[in-house]
Design a protein around this ligand. Structure first.
Ligand SMILES: [Zn+2]
Length: 685
């Protein structure tokens, strides 16, 4: 197949999403893998002295094409999943993984990089190119390049098995989420649930040819029910269904993820030991900002020690309120979100659904773009491009002189066949190409409520924060000025620093001068009243202690699981579940439901890239809060501070260590103070 007949092989511009079909995947992947293997052969067998132009450049060129085509397939599989596409994706995934494993272990290419590094000419390369070569050498070692043949073969088999297990984990979770539905005939049974949610539930039932209301486990249905439904039995029903997804307790035990967790942990440990490390956590931290597992564990425990008293106070307040005002003698896990909303409404006299009426989609996006345009000196305009679903929007970012900087897709709404959550992914990475610059392109994906009944989509404040968060990742990818593939945009950025630009953006959602411009009541057109904002601000740190220890619980579980848990032994914990219970004993304040199967849906760690890396959210929050404190000092929309953040952090991408970028921007190393202050956790002892 050629470019003419296979749109996945067309690299002349943006992906041709209107034409890509599942039957294009295999021929495209096969052709690109063959091309890439040929390029590697040419590089590996070239007798001339290795140079940047004979080794790095041609390899980057063929990997870029493979990444772009496979990236489009991966993206479609995540956002418009169909059985045919899933089959095509799964049939090709092992080949792509095997290719990367082979390349990572190709001693001939490794030797070319080592020779390149050893030459006097290496000293003349710019910092970004030097960094890329050093990263490549590190990654070759971590890919098993220094193993003997038997070790290499085993290492490769382990990587392939892990990729397969991760895919299964994700599929089980997606299938279990989609398989569950609960139909309610009578609106009275849904008392408390907001009208918009009821309208959507009614439309969903109608789509199934039924009367009444359809509840699902997808976020826009599950969350409002668990937060607002007065019916305690209904809350327990959806809580149990949600908490037991992909577990032995679900209606489909064939999708139980627990056995996969055991296999994943054993294989990760084996891979680490093949590379000469004690465990997977040590390997995971080699390319990260944190130095070793002990540093991370100490960091998490230090924060937990400071946060737990605030969390205990939060929980006691909830339990008192539930008992005194709601007649709930014992606060159960399925009550916590509901009681929290009730107490919040009483204490701060507003709820998220009221606030939501002030955040119609267009106003929010215009407000977001205004922030970005003001502080970074860019222009964002909607454009046209082929998309994978009619609700997807496309935008271009231009510099002051109107030069194109980058492009992005916004896919905002939840729908069937779309993986849950919110994320940014790179579609095209910035790099220099013959005749100029290849501009970066990003996918920004959320699972927000779609417009219903002819009204524009409206977002809760939390959802607005999610959009800002993902957009921060997008800016990291799009505002880069690095021209070297592999260290431009988010490529090559240490995992535990990746959340710096995204969490940084969230801060703007708490600034009145920013927020008021993105509000317009969907019915009356009125802007958000200042007094409502003041209540939101007062409520901001409501239960922040509980929220913090929940994150620390997940981070500590993840790190201990990959550092100290022995998948082959029984001590100090016989099972991952026993470790989770021990971590909860140490850190958590909310009792767990007897049926809780959180681990089986912890996709970040078992299906995503966050294994021995979940701590990075909190780690980066320290960085982001401290970075934002400069804007607090100089003015929140300060173009001068913005220019510095763009120049020293966003534009640099992975071309230098994150700590160096941070210090260049802030003028000193990161400090904890701003995070604790932003979370209202300033000790008064
Ligand atoms: Zn993020």
């Amino acid at each position: 197949m050629t470019t003419e007949t296979n749109p996945l092989l067309d690299f002349s511009g943006l992906p041709r999403f209107d034409q890509i079909r599942p039957e294009h995947v295999t021929p495209a992947v096969d052709a690109l893998l063959a091309d890439a293997r040929r390029a590697i052969e040419t590089i590996a067998t070239n007798p001339a002295t290795p140079t940047w132009n004979t080794v790095v450049e041609p390899l980057a060129e063929s990997l870029d094409r493979l990444d772009r085509a496979w990236g489009a397939v991966r993206h479609l599989n995540a956002v418009v999943n169909t059985p045919e596409l899933r089959d095509a994706h799964n049939a090709n995934l092992p080949k792509v993984v095997a290719f990367h494993t082979d390349l990572g272990q190709d001693l001939r290419v490794y030797d070319k990089y080592r020779a390149l590094r050893a030459q006097p000419a290496f000293a003349t390369l710019d910092a970004a190119r030097k960094r890329l070569v050093d990263n490549e050498l590190r990654d070759f070692k971590l890919s098993g390049a220094e193993l003997d043949d038997a070790g290499k073969a085993r290492f490769k088999a382990v990587q392939e098995a892990l990729a397969d297990l991760s895919t299964q984990f994700e599929e089980h979770l997606l299938d279990a989420t989609n398989a569950w539905a609960h139909y309610v005939d009578d609106a009275a049974a849904l008392a408390g649930v907001p009208d918009d949610v009821l309208a959507e539930a009614r439309a969903a039932a109608q789509a199934d040819g039924r009367a009444g209301y359809k509840l699902t486990l997808r976020m826009p249905s599950f969350l409002p029910v668990i937060q607002y439904a007065h019916d305690r039995d209904l809350r327990r029903l959806v809580h149990e269904a949600y908490s037991t997804r992909a577990s032995d307790l679900s209606a489909h035990p064939e999708w139980d993820n627990a056995p996969l967790v055991g296999q994943i942990l054993e294989l990760r440990r084996e891979a680490a030991q093949l590379l000469g490390y004690g465990n997977y956590a040590q390997v995971s931290l080699v390319p990260k900002m944190a130095q070793n597992p002990d540093e991370v564990i100490a960091f998490l425990r230090d924060l937990a020690r400071r946060a737990k008293p605030f969390a205990e106070r939060d929980f006691a307040g909830l339990a008192d309120f539930a008992r005194d005002e709601l007649g709930l003698a014992e606060l159960m896990p399925w009550d916590v979100a509901y009681v929290a909303e009730q107490l919040k409404a009483k204490r701060y006299a507003y709820n998220e659904q009221d606030v939501r009426q002030y955040f119609p989609e267009d106003q929010v996006l215009a407000g977001l773009f205004r922030v970005v345009e003001t502080i970074y000196g860019v222009r964002i305009r909607e454009g046209r491009a082929a998309v994978w679903h009619p609700s997807v929007r496309f935008f271009r970012i231009h510099d002051r002189n109107d030069a194109l900087v980058g492009e992005f897709y916004f896919d905002l709404y939840a729908r069937e066949g779309k993986q849950g959550g919110a994320w940014m992914d790179d579609a095209i990475n910035r790099r220099s190409v013959r005749g100029g610059i290849q501009h970066p392109v990003a996918y920004l994906t959320c699972n927000l409520s779609a417009p219903v009944g002819g009204k524009p989509a409206t977002f809760t404040h939390d959802e607005v924060i999610t959009i800002f968060h993902e957009f921060g990742h997008g800016l990291h990818q799009l505002l880069t000025r690095v021209d070297v593939a592999g260290v431009s945009g988010i490529q090559g950025v240490e995992w535990d620093a990746v959340e710096l630009p995204s969490q940084f953006m969230e801060n703007f959602c708490w600034e009145w001068d920013v927020l008021r411009h993105m509000t317009r009541h969907v019915d009356t057109g009125a802007p958000l009243p200042r007094e409502l904002f003041d209540k939101m601000l007062a409520a901001k740190n409501f239960l922040s202690g509980m929220g913090t220890v929940r994150q620390l619980e997940m981070g500590l579980f993840d790190m201990l699981l990959h550092d100290q848990f022995d998948p082959a032994g029984t001590a100090p914990w016989p099972t991952p579940g026993a470790l989770l219970a021990a971590v909860r004993e140490e850190v958590a304040v909310v009792p767990r439901a007897p049926y809780d199967r959180f681990m089986e849906s912890f996709a970040h760690v078992f299906a995503g890239g966050y294994a021995a890396g979940y701590y990075s959210y909190k780690w980066a929050e320290v960085l982001s809060a401290d970075a934002f404190s400069l804007f607090e000092e100089e003015g929140v929309l300060s173009p001068a501070a913005g220019a510095r953040f763009r120049d020293e952090v966003l534009a640099r991408g992975g071309s230098r260590p994150a700590l160096e970028s941070f210090v260049a921007f802030r003028g000193r190393p990161p400090q904890l103070d701003a995070l604790l202050r932003h979370n209202g956790m300033v000790a008064t002892e």
